[in-house]
Write a protein that binds this ligand. Sequence first.
Ligand code: GLN
Length: 547
Amino acid sequence: MARYIFITGGVVSSLGKGLASAALGALLQARGYSVRLRKLDPYLNVDPGTMSPFEHGEVFVTDDGAETDLDLGHYERFTGVAARNSDSISSGRVYSTVLEKERRGDYLGKTIQVIPHVTNEIKDFIKIGDDEVDFMLCEIGGTVGDIEGLPFFEAIRQFAHERPRGECLFMHLTLLPYLAASGELKTKPTQHSVKELQSIGIAPDILVCRSEHEIPEKEREKLALFCNVRKESVIAAYDLKSIYEAPLAYHEQGLDQAVLDAFGITPAPKPKLHVWEDVKDRVNNPEGEVKIAIVGKYTQLEDAYKSINEALTHGGMKNRVKVRIEWVDAEIFDREDAAPHLEGYHAILVPGGFGERGTEGKIKAAQFAREHKIPYLGICLGMQMAVIEAARNLAGIETAGSEEFDHEAGKKRFEPVVYHLKEWVQGNHKVKRREGDDKGGTMRLGAYNATLNEGSKVAEVYGSTSIEERHRHRYEVDIKYREELEKQGLIFSGMSPDGKLPEIVEVKDHPWFIGVQFHPELKSKPFAPHPLFADFVRAAKDVSRLV
Ligand code: GLN
């Protein structure tokens, strides 16, 4: 049976609860324990799948096809434990399950209420698979006091109350604001936030305090006294140059020790931190720099491409270079020539996306990279754009386009080299979709295998001809153009095992031009950079050496 750590936040949002949870997970692993991390999100969407990246940042897809919060990406990147559908739950999902049960008559005529029906549902969720790991870390989204969050806080309170003593721990993250005029760090907001928690029956065991300044001993003592935690359990979280320093930084502040002490685990196993020492060294001591342009639509919000950003950083760590990422708004090329905006980059990446806006610009970016022999990585929509570009400019199919854009516009304008996929094979069964299906959870989602051509660039990069990668798309490159495009040098070098769905394309006679229908960025880790990103950055490094 697992021990539980509940992570809550107060004072302000965006304090880095996800990162603190992930770093703690990594530290417990370094002590030899197995962990799983979970996110409980109070919003009413069933999952973030239908939310705009502007709203919520990236949607992180799991192997088992769930569309989840981007914090699950942090968890995976720090612990290497593949997240599952059962690691992410929202109020929307809880309520829809409760309502389904009510309609089925499962509650035998009872009045359905937040307590106990909604809280029971949350508690059942928290427990899934708890016999598999030593520690289950559950992060509650939002901040204490949010109306939507109340059922979750109530559920974790009950949960801890019902378990044997010493099996659950509460860790609360807050901010210590700094008043420059008096040169002081203020503890009052944290005191209030802890009071708020205590008023709903939760007493934190560990306080993690974000601060831009060193926390003096006096303030630590004050926090311990007023918030009713041990002084050693007041953990400072200072700003870091890189998020990948977080495990070591938290270890130095004593977080993992405080957690093990609170559980009464003595003597605590010694931590093995060499992996994180190596990661820190690589991220802080690059030997060069490469400049990579990401030509996309959601360029104002970095979180929209969180995993790509991180995967490029990992690729840089592998090659010991700093990756300078510049975001280029694809819509600029709708009006202007791409060349002046793309010259000077060592590589170009076109990420995933939805809808027609900006796509002509992405097609121009793919053309620029192909013609100027600049390394190009096209991910999902970025692969589809590369195929459309080759169809138009190499195979002479002038009106080549994607059905996605015709559907959106409500009229037929394009020859659909990318079409709406309505039937495919998953494992040993057929999945079917229709026009006008619900938008939520109906894409081709999660892990699928692909078979790579022997001798292809990608087979060399992966060091294998059989791979498994995560997908999230509704449209697919039409295999019927394969022969024509291959004749022109666009090789379909990776296919679904049944040979029907193009998974990877690459340009022959080009130093590095690869488009993938899946999302390799989701599986990259700082201690195990994804081979495509590692080799893409290597190719960019080669270009940087030439100029
Ligand atoms: N919009 C495209 C599709 O649905 C690409 C999706 C993506 O890039 N994730 O196929």
